[in-house]
Design a protein around this ligand. Structure first.
Ligand code: 7TS
Length: 408
């Protein structure tokens, strides 16, 4: 990877929240995998919408409605270009990753039959497990698990053995939220396609770090949340291949998703509107577009290189603490470190770090099967973004040492 000329000092000025203090200490925000912070450019887009052209879209003849519609549809095109979808109508606005997965799982209710098999990876967020279990309950399909090793890497040999002509769907995250592992999704997709199975990739944790190309991946569905990539909460996108989106039935009924309604019969709107019932998060969609503009102006190569530097630095420094174990030790990782210190509950470390102004997440990270695999109740998770610094990592390491001294 090229050496970056990244300047976090300048970048940090874009994020007003990073100037605040918590418990009398400068905020050190290391909970980026839960939600990222918002740059002024995105805040400005939100203020601009509500100050200047707030209106419902796709329905009014008046100027404000047309302006809001144009800006919302421009955001859809920005998202299409970012993920390199073939057409903008393959981009469905959702409320986030969870919504996108539920939309697809619900649609497959009419396709999957009893005895069909669905494969899930061992390192999924609950939102990429539960909707599929619900689908299995409705249809009699069977959920099978692609296992992983102690480093937190999927066992591709086992995956190949699980694939058969009974496999209808495979779902896997691009990056694990609890371990940081970057999964070999191109291989996973290609192998699934050989047996005729469709693949949904949960890109929630990849999108802030890696620019996915859905055409190059040949993925059937790819879903992300804007709030993990400098955008607002309550908005995300589901990419679906046009042929799949045409096969799947609508998820919700209502306004905006219809062509014609009578009491006898309703016909559905064309893509993408078929999947977008009701008034959407208009401002959120536009701000999602602004977030992509912001991140692309910085550049994903620079972001990835700098975050990798932070990951290596933090890993080396944390491992100098005796009794500290990192979960998720794959070579191919994003800037997420999940760890525990022998004999100490993760929550206690998190609470002491909070007193020092350092925000981490503790617990099972909505990925309980991973915790069961390692036989632990949870971890402390520090997740770094491109606006974090090595000085902040030094503060984390000192904080963890202090917590250890207090708790043992
Ligand atoms: N998939 C993955 C891999 C995630 O990390 C998350 C959220 C979701 C799906 C759900 O996203 P949502 O925007 O629909 O809620 N992950 C986390 C986390 O790691 N800590 O808080 C939320």
């Amino acid at each position: 990877m090229e050496k970056t000329t990244f300047d976090p000092k300048t970048i940090r000025k874009d994020f007003p929240i990073l100037k605040r203090e918590v418990n009398g200490k400068p905020l050190v925000y290391f909970d980026n995998a839960a939600t990222s912070q918002t740059p002024q450019q995105v805040i400005d887009a939100i203020v601009d919408y509500y100050s200047n052209y707030n209106a419902n879209i796709h329905r009014g003849v008046h100027a404000l409605s047309q302006e809001a519609t144009d800006r919302y549809e421009q955001a859809r095109i920005k998202i299409q270009k970012h993920f390199n979808a073939a057409a903008s109508h393959e981009i469905i606005f959702t409320s986030g990753t969870t919504h996108g997965i539920n939309l697809v799982a619900n649609g497959f209710s009419s396709i999957v039959k009893a005895g069909d098999e669905l494969l899930v990876s061992a390192m999924e967020h609950h939102s990429n497990i539960v909707p599929w279990q619900m689908l299995c309950e409705r249809t009699g399909a069977v959920l099978k698990v692609i296992p992983m090793n102690q480093d937190g890497e999927l066992l591709l040999g086992e995956y190949r053995k699980l694939l058969s002509d009974r496999t209808k769907l495979v779902f896997c995250n691009h990056v694990s939220n609890a371990l940081g592992t970057v999964n070999p999704i191109k291989t996973i997709i290609d192998e699934a396609h050989k047996v005729g199975a469709a693949v949904l990739i949960d890109g929630a944790q990849a999108a802030p770090h890696i620019k996915a190309d859905v055409q190059a991946l040949e993925v059937d569905f790819y879903t992300v949340s804007a709030h993990k990539m400098c955008g607002p909460t309550g908005v995300g996108m589901l990419y679906g291949k046009e042929e799949w989106l045409n096969i799947l039935p609508p998820y919700q009924g209502g306004g905006e998703m219809i062509a014609e309604v009578t009491f006898e019969k309703t016909t559905y709107a064309e893509l993408p509107h078929k999947f977008e019932a009701g008034t959407p998060n208009i401002c959120g969609g536009i701000a999602f577009g602004a977030a992509l503009d912001y991140m692309n102006a910085i550049g994903f190569d620079g972001i990835a290189a700098y975050e990798h530097e932070l990951l290596i630095y933090a890993t080396e420094r944390l491992l100098t603490i005796e009794g500290l174990r990192i979960y998720g030790t794959s070579e191919n990782k994003t800037s997420v470190i999940s760890f525990n210190i022998e004999g100490i509950h993760p929550y206690d470390i998190g609470s002491i770090l909070d007193k020092l102004g350092i925000a981490v997440r503790t617990g099972h990270h909505c990925a309980q099967p991973i915790m069961d695999f390692y036989k632990i109740p949870g971890t402390v998770r520090a997740s770094f973004s491109f606006y974090n610094t090595k000085a902040e990592i030094d503060a984390l390491v000192e904080g963890v040492k202090r917590a250890k001294a207090m708790l043992i």
